[in-house]
Design a protein around this ligand. Structure first.
Ligand SMILES: [Zn+2]
Ligand SMILES: [Zn+2]
Length: 305
């Protein structure tokens, strides 16, 4: 499997000179088989606007798998020129609503007048919208295990994805203090969570806050995790690498350099601070953002805001 980190920010995009190295787009990760095109996209934050560059002008044909419906995970959905075109084929899957609201109706809550000019059915191409139950599913040549994780405001899934050779877990939004304080006050690890992430090659995890006095209470209040929790979870679950993800939109490049410096050279799990454009092939060194070509395809006409 090949992973592209297309958006690594949480809550709201963070444009500006202080954010260029780690990137300002919100959550989106594209998965491909070996050297093929991306076929499975996790979340549709504004980072999905980088998908056209990966597809080099081709339409997206695949599955868009959402962890939940908070703005930072869906805001890019109508603004991607690879998916909003006549020859696109997009199967959107999102956590099943406990009240039985259909996937399309759930999305239409944020995407319909007066909050947005068009509803989901107004997107060009062939689109389907489906609700996903917890458990194991086959899609796009991957086995995807969906499990509900603690967050805030609606059902949120974490995903484990494997192609049989390598595996990753994706938990961009996670409130582990909901399970209890754990030994260090930053959150507990229930058995189901351990099972979801156990021994994956790459754990992409919520690191919106830090375990310091000023941030930990806010993390709990907003439904997020501390970076330290992500690292501890990775160590406990014996994962190959922890990717700290969903950065606070106020965390500048220099701030994130400091977070990265804490873990550089520390024995144990390999920890990396997610930066937009990074390519990950499990078991190989990270490739830098430089391998991604500019988003020239993204200049095509798109739905107006
Ligand atoms: Zn989020
Ligand atoms: Zn969220």
């Amino acid at each position: 499997v090949r992973l592209h980190l297309l958006g690594v920010r949480g809550s709201t995009p963070a444009p500006g000179g202080e954010f260029v190295r780690y990137g300002g787009h919100t959550s989106c990760v594209a998965l491909a088989h070996d050297d093929g095109p991306p076929v499975l996209v996790l979340d549709a934050g504004t980072g999905i606007r980088r998908l056209p560059a990966l597809l080099r002008g081709a339409p997206f044909v695949g599955t868009l798998l959402l962890t939940h419906l908070h703005w930072d995970h869906v805001e890019g959905l109508p603004f991607c020129s690879s998916t909003d075109r006549e020859d696109a084929q997009v199967d959107v899957l999102l956590p099943a609503d406990p009240d039985g609201v259909t996937a399309e109706a759930s999305l239409a809550r944020m995407m319909s007048p007066p909050t947005f000019p068009i509803a989901p059915e107004g997107l060009r191409g062939r689109w389907t919208f489906g609700s996903l139950a917890a458990g194991a599913h086959q899609m796009e040549g991957f086995t995807v295990t969906a499990a509900e994780v603690a967050h805030k405001g609606g059902v949120t899934y974490g995903y484990r994805v494997t192609d049989g050779a390598s595996s990753l877990a994706y938990l961009p939004d996670h409130r582990p203090t909901a399970y209890g304080p754990g030994p260090d006050g930053i959150g507990a690890v229930p058995d189901e969570l351990m099972e979801l992430v156990s021994r994956v090659d790459v754990l992409i995890h919520d690191a919106q806050f830090l375990a310091c006095a000023g941030e930990l209470a806010v993390a709990d209040d907003y439904g997020h995790a501390a970076a330290e929790y992500a690292v501890d979870l990775g160590n406990a679950a014996d994962v190959g690498a922890v990717v700290l993800f969903h950065h606070n939109p106020a965390r500048t490049d220099n701030d994130l350099d400091e977070v990265a410096a804490r873990y550089r050279g520390v024995a144990g799990t390999h920890v990396t601070v997610a930066s937009e454009g990074t390519v990950i092939r499990p078991g190989r060194p990270l490739e830098s953002a430089a391998v991604i070509v500019p988003d020239t395809a993204g200049t095509a006409p798109e739905a107006a805001p």
